[in-house]
Design a protein around this ligand. Sequence first.
Ligand code: SAH
Ligand code: SF4
Ligand code: F3S
Length: 439
Amino acid sequence: MATDKTFYLETFGCQMNAHDSEKVIGTLRQQGYRQVESEEDAGLILYNTCSIRDKAEQKVFHRLNDYKKLHKEGKRFGVLGCVAQQEGEKIFERAPFVSLVSGSASYRKLPEMLTRLEAGESHITGLDDRQTDETFETEFTARQNPYRGYITIIEGCDKFCSYCVVPYTRGKERSRASSSVLKEARRIADLGYTEIQLLGQNVNSYRDPEGKCSFAELLAAVGEAPGIRRVRFMTSHPRDFTRDIVEAIDRVPALCDHIHLPVQSGSARVLGRMAREYTPEWYLERIGWIKATRRKISISTDIIVGFPGESAQDFIQTMDLLAEVEYDCVFAFKYSARPNTPALSMVDTVPEAEKTTRLQALLERQREIQRINYSKQIGEIVEVMVEGVNPARGQIAGRSSQNKPVNFVWTQPIAPAPGSYVRVKITGAYPNSLLGQAV
Ligand code: SAH
Ligand code: SF4
Ligand code: F3S
């Protein structure tokens, strides 16, 4: 029944979306709702959506179609997140049984929107046209990850890369007050978390509305919070990447040895057309800072292959950059034309088959780079945070500070508990994980 205060929520997309869902769940519970595990059992069915690439968005409409029959039983549907903001009221045309459409920049109004839904309103929208200055903060966050506590420090994006929907779907860039971030960090530590991840489309574009600290200073302050042993942050934009970030990592032990710095392309010409506003040289200078630290910082990146106008020569430059940086992890995507973006009007010159060929060549090359990188760690001792135990294989799984998966054997009678830290000697390596023995 629609009056049942039960909800089902499914999340697509990035870590920002996953954490938004933790906040949405907390907000719903605060309004008297109870979460259930399946669409069939829920009075309210919510999808927190992503539209970064085309398939992500199709998935949502397929899913809505799969379950629309439940509408006849009185169940209500809501679409949240990036597809909601992007498609807006058009969702009501394509899926008239949907009652609620809200982008992330309007989640502050969720309690009010829920009240209207309960009163029987059928087409409720929370859509923001890059107007709001508000951030979505709540003390009721329903944290789903038992070991890693997420904190959003900046929402939205003002960069307008020519291929990307995010500035349109998440609103304008707005940072959270540093005092509020630090308060949440302490609250998370009090809950027993030892690892924090700071989140934002571009975390390092952070500007404290209170004017108290820079991103690097905020990072250091979170790293110095009592009880916190690991701090991660995602994603950094090369344009706002300053030297004090690597200095902070070198100085504050709790800051993890890992930086994700998306490059997108190794060609200056393609980067220009992407409106990234840096050159490969500028990017490599920042990589140089990271490599010059005392600590060995692992570097990962995002790449787009087959951007409109990417020539074979441009692609070779991307391959050369991979070889030069020697990343520990690469997320590579075929370019996908997105609504409202400037790149949509560029002629998409790279045929789909060629995009696939380039993507495969890149992934193969990267696998070889990782195989070499990871095997260099054999013999090292690393600290691993335990995430799970696989008794069948007699193995324990966890992650190093560099964010690499480490599986290790344990010879003592009592296995270490998830969330604990163990020193592990690396005895073997694969392109995506390490093998070891507890010491
Ligand atoms: N703010 C981050 C990226 C967030 S989106 C940054 O600028 O670095 C995550 C990744 O999705 C991007 O780094 C990019 O590689 C990829 N992406 C974004 N739009 C895309 C598109 N239209 N086609 C293919 N990949 C895309
Ligand atoms: Fe998208 Fe560019 Fe903003 Fe990243 S910086 S979210 S790629 S517009
Ligand atoms: Fe997708 Fe929106 Fe994140 S488009 S990747 S959910 S910011």
